[in-house]
Write a protein that binds this ligand. Structure first.
Ligand code: SF4
Length: 369
């Protein structure tokens, strides 16, 4: 089938494993990396033969794609261009890490079509970076941003984290101020989540994590402060200057088609979800796991509510040919009264306070659809 497609490429390598990280990533030597890239390029060619969709976004994520170096990243991008129909104005993003970004040839990347960088900053406060087990410094971040800007790539995003041990609202403000003054067009601000199978989880009692109230205050501060500085919140954790929202990530929330190539990469195409599991061997052997159909009413509402624009009740009912139940609408009114949601005619969405509770609110609403 035709239509537009976002392509996600997973690079499962990092220089060291951050203790809080649950992504599928590990250390590897040069031979292992080269062997993986050969497999990856073969799979890109295979998928190119299977679909006529037109690629309008590409995202190299991980792991740490920047440790491959620009030459290999460009080989991957050019393999996509040679095997898919790729739009001229395709958004092509690469995730970079300040510890390897300072060695990355962003100019070469830009010359080969990479036009967006997402840089994992997390914090510019050295004590917080050390608590997170990150191996970069504030100086590495500054150097990497200079390289990105000098390459001609003006669309770059910086990731920050909320809930770091020893973090305060003042220290968060310091990191946000840094990002704002850097010239970034997009800022992501994720809550630190302690996943069970991480080193952080085992040592969780050794750290002075901010408590829930302080974490909530910091999130609300970030939303307000970023908005006052021209970064509109368009999703729970994402903020952008006008026109610089991530086109690729928007596909996940708008239920547009995307294809994930690599171990642990998920896809949604033509109403079906499927993924590769967390194994390079299985990826190599084309073990693809079906994950059911996509885009039912529940999923549509759940994903749209992650976006600041929320849902339009009349449009939703029309799209699915249903009437949303009285108890669903009453619950929305109640959440509005309590300041967790806003409703204007048919449009309803979360407030920043509501975003903090969005998982439990969506769970409650889903029982009433
Ligand atoms: S650099 Fe990113 S992907 Fe790699 S271990 Fe750290 S958090 Fe995980």
């Amino acid at each position: 089938m035709t239509g537009n497609l976002g392509v996600y490429i997973h690079i499962p390598f990092c220089r060291s494993k951050c203790p809080y990280c649950d992504f599928f990533s590990f250390r590897a030597n040069k031979e292992e990396i080269n062997a993986y890239v050969d497999i990856l390029c073969d799979k890109i060619k295979m998928w190119g033969k299977k679909t006529d969709k037109i690629v309008d976004t590409v995202y190299l994520g991980g792991g740490t794609p920047s440790i491959l170096g620009a030459e290999i990243c460009c080989r991957i991008i050019n393999t996509i261009k040679d095997n898919f129909e790729v739009k001229d104005d395709c958004e092509i993003t690469i995730e970079a890490n300040p510890s390897s970004g300072k060695f990355f040839d962003f100019k070469k990347a830009y010359d080969n079509g990479i036009n967006r960088v997402s840089l994992g900053v997390q914090s510019v406060n050295e004590n917080e970076l050390r608590k997170l087990g990150r191996i970069h410094s504030r100086e590495d971040v500054e150097n990497t941003i200079s390289l990105i800007k000098n390459s001609g790539i003006d669309n770059f995003s910086l990731d920050l984290m909320i809930g770091i041990p020893e973090q305060t609202t003042d220290s968060l403000k310091n990191s946000i101020d840094f990002c704002i003054s850097s010239g970034a067009k997009h800022i992501s601000s994720y809550m630190l989540k302690i996943e069970e199978n991480t080193a952080f989880y085992k040592r969780r009692n050794d750290y002075a994590f901010p408590d829930d109230d302080l974490t909530a205050d910091m999130y609300l501060f970030a939303v307000d402060y970023l908005s006052k500085n021209g970064f509109r919140q368009y999703e729970i954790s994402n903020f952008a200057k006008t026109g610089y929202e991530s086109k690729h990530n928007n596909k996940y929330w708008l239920l547009d088609d995307y294809l994930g190539i690599g171990p642990a990469a998920h896809s949604m195409m033509d109403g079906k979800r499927f993924y590769y599991n967390r194994s390079v061997e299985n990826f190599k052997n084309d073990v693809l796991i079906s994950d059911g159909t996509a885009g039912d009413l529940y999923e549509y509402i759940m994903l749209r509510l992650r976006l600041a624009e929320g849902i339009d009740i009349a449009q939703t009912e029309k799209a699915f040919g249903v009437k949303l139940s009285e108890s669903f609408l009453k619950s929305i009114d109640l959440f509005c009264k309590n300041g967790f949601m806003k409703r204007c005619g048919d449009k309803c969405c979360f407030t920043p306070k509501g975003f903090l509770m969005s998982n439990s609110i969506i769970a409650e609403l889903s029982n009433k659809i």
